[in-house]
Design a protein around this ligand. Structure first.
Ligand code: SF4
Length: 172
């Protein structure tokens, strides 16, 4: 059975086999910014600075998902099934950052990964309306989202099942 990541790649028309090549957005900042803008405009990717309270942002997410603000805050890129922090992908991201900075440090500090839905480098502590995880029936050992560091120390067991769907374009 195809994993959710493989299914998403097929849905998004990405024909690259995993590991064969790096996604364009990891190597070209212009492509990355364009795809990131698409995530911001169509799925309200954010918040801009996750260290701030971002009260309005999380209230809007809670309303969108019909859950409490506290529950909404549990759904981040870091535990989204579309978030890719595979070794190969992190190597691609590091290669793209290249000599312009300490790639490892940048990746670690921002807890960067790759969004397989919008095709851009995203940070584990952010989220978007398209946040997705697998349903209980579909859970298998390929799902790695709950191991991500953004949610370290936080209890992901009580996540409302109503949030376990892709919500792109849902009415606000
Ligand atoms: S789809 Fe998932 S990984 Fe991509 S930006 Fe939204 S929450 Fe983050």
């Amino acid at each position: 059975m195809a994993t959710i990541k493989e299914t998403m790649k097929q849905l998004m028309g990405d024909e690259d086999e995993a590991g064969e090549s790096c996604p364009a957005a990891t190597q070209d900042i212009t492509v990355n910014l364009k795809n990131r803008a698409k995530a911001i405009n169509s799925a309200d990717y954010g918040p801009e600075n996750p260290d701030l309270p971002n009260t309005a942002f999380w209230k809007a997410k809670a309303d969108q998902w019909e859950v409490s603000v506290e529950d909404a805050k549990q759904s981040r890129c870091g535990n989204c099934a579309a978030f890719n922090q595979d070794e190969e992908m992190l190597a691609c991201i590091a290669k793209g950052i290249g000599s312009e900075g300490d790639a490892e440090e940048v990746i670690d500090e921002a807890d960067l990964g790759y969004c397989e839905i919008f095709d851009f480098k995203c940070a584990a502590s952010r989220t978007c309306d398209a946040w997705v995880t697998e349903s209980d029936e579909d859970e298998d050992e390929d799902y790695e989202g709950q191991e991500n560091s953004a949610m370290e120390g936080e209890d992901m067991e009580d996540k409302p099942k109503a949030m376990l769907v892709i919500k792109i374009g849902a009415k606000k």
